[in-house]
Design a protein around this ligand. Structure first.
Ligand code: AMP
Length: 382
């Protein structure tokens, strides 16, 4: 693969904050960026050279887009497979469509992982209410029922606490295919953000520790406090997955870590990930977004070295309940970085931005971002 060099145009399917941060990194390095999604004035579109607003199934527009760019990547996994298939006839697409096809559906993803010997919690495929009764009997309670498609941040997720929850939970699926999985009584949640290039070189950002609130990522810190064994196992699993996929780009593996030091994979994201936002802002030599750019352009992967311990706190739409937060106030704090994604409508639970900080320890960095966010909340409530 001849490297795709600055001045070339990077095409991005999807137009959210992940595309925006990729576009920012790409433009810093002199690339042009074009984004394709049904939206207008999108987080990615606002910083791209070109924003195409069309349905992903408008295959004429997809073809036109693919012909205009030098390489395509994506920032969102629910792009229809057909879109990628058509685009790939006209330009390079990384990661390849097969990876997207597997990871956009929980059932396909879990089958892929378990078939290849990667650790996942016990799971069953659910199509009928009888399947669900049988699965609950086999897995036990509590267990978690998740729709197979379009699920993230706890969307499409229901806890089954006892057999009496089954009928109601099945009804709520509204005919959608689902997966029942064992509830994991985890000690903590961790992730590995990694990248692989077309030659098979692999890099990773060590282990990141993640705190969730209401099923949505809340705060991430790096380095995570885990044993040598857990560290080694997690990196080995992430490396195994990217190899199996012959992956090209940045990817994230989210894990549950149990009290007896067992790692179970919750999900794979075939793109940069919210927990990797802390690789931005001088915490690392190369951010997860620059790494994605380097991988899909066939450039040498950058150093993933962390220069300082770091933390990130998400800013959700909840913070906007009483109007626009006081950014001037937060920016008085000199050791803090603010990212806002340019989204016009602040809904509860919607990711609107994040804060990052570096410090002597990851716990200190976490304290800085949490306290700063609390001050925003206090201001809102007061
Ligand atoms: P997901 O939508 O699958 O990414 O889940 C979002 C969050 O819900 C996870 O990060 C966990 O905090 C929680 N969760 C999901 N599945 C399980 C499970 N099987 N056991 C325990 N907690 C879970």
């Amino acid at each position: 693969m001849n490297p795709i060099l600055p001045n070339a145009t990077i095409g991005v399917f999807g137009s959210g904050q992940l595309g925006r941060m990729l576009a920012i990194e790409a433009r810093k390095m002199g690339y042009r960026v074009a984004t394709f999604s049904p939206g207008e004035d999108t987080p990615t579109g606002q910083v791209a050279d070109l924003e195409v607003s069309a349905d992903y199934m408008n295959l004429e527009e997809v073809k036109k887009f693919a012909e205009q760019v030098d390489v395509i990547t994506y920032e969102f996994e629910n792009i229809p497979s057909k879109t990628i298939e058509i685009a790939a006839q006209f330009t390079q697409v990384h990661p390849k469509g097969e990876v997207l096809y597997i990871t956009q559906n929980r059932l396909r993803e879990k089958n892929f992982l378990s078939k290849n010997g990667f650790p996942v919690a016990d799971f069953h495929h659910i199509q009928t209410v009888e399947d669900l009764y049988r699965a609950v009997e086999s897995i036990g309670t509590p267990s978690v029922l998740k729709t197979a498609g379009f699920g993230y941040d706890g969307k499409g997720q229901q806890r089954i606490k006892s057999v009496s929850d089954i009928d109601n939970a099945f009804e709520k699926l509204d005919g959608k295919e689902a997966v029942l999985e064992a509830f994991v009584d985890f000690e903590k949640e961790v992730s590995v953000v990694a990248a692989r290039d077309a030659k098979g070189n692999f890099v990773n950002y060590d282990i990141i520790e993640n705190d969730h609130a209401n099923h949505i990522l809340d705060v991430s810190v790096a380095p995570a406090e885990v044993s040598e064994k857990v560290y080694k196992d997690a990196i080995e699993i992430a490396c195994g997955i990217v190899e199996k996929f012959e992956y090209v780009g940045t990817l994230c593996v989210e894990f549950f870590l149990t009290t007896d030091e067992k790692l179970l994979i919750n999900e794979i994201a075939p793109r940069p990930h919210n927990s990797g936002h802390l690789t931005f802002d001088s915490a690392c030599i190369t951010s997860q977004f620059e790494q994605q750019l380097r991988a899909v352009c066939g450039l040498t992967l950058g150093s993933t070295e962390f220069l300082r311990p770091t933390a990130m706190a998400n800013l959700l739409g909840d913070l906007w309940q009483n109007g626009e937060p006081d950014w001037g106030k937060i920016l008085e704090q000199k050791n803090l970085k603010l990212h806002l994604y340019g989204k016009q409508e602040a809904r509860i639970g919607r990711k609107m931005g994040h804060l990052t900080a570096v410090a002597e320890t990851s716990a200190d960095a976490a304290k800085i971002v949490r306290q700063a966010r609390e001050r925003l909340l206090l201001k809102q409530n007061g």
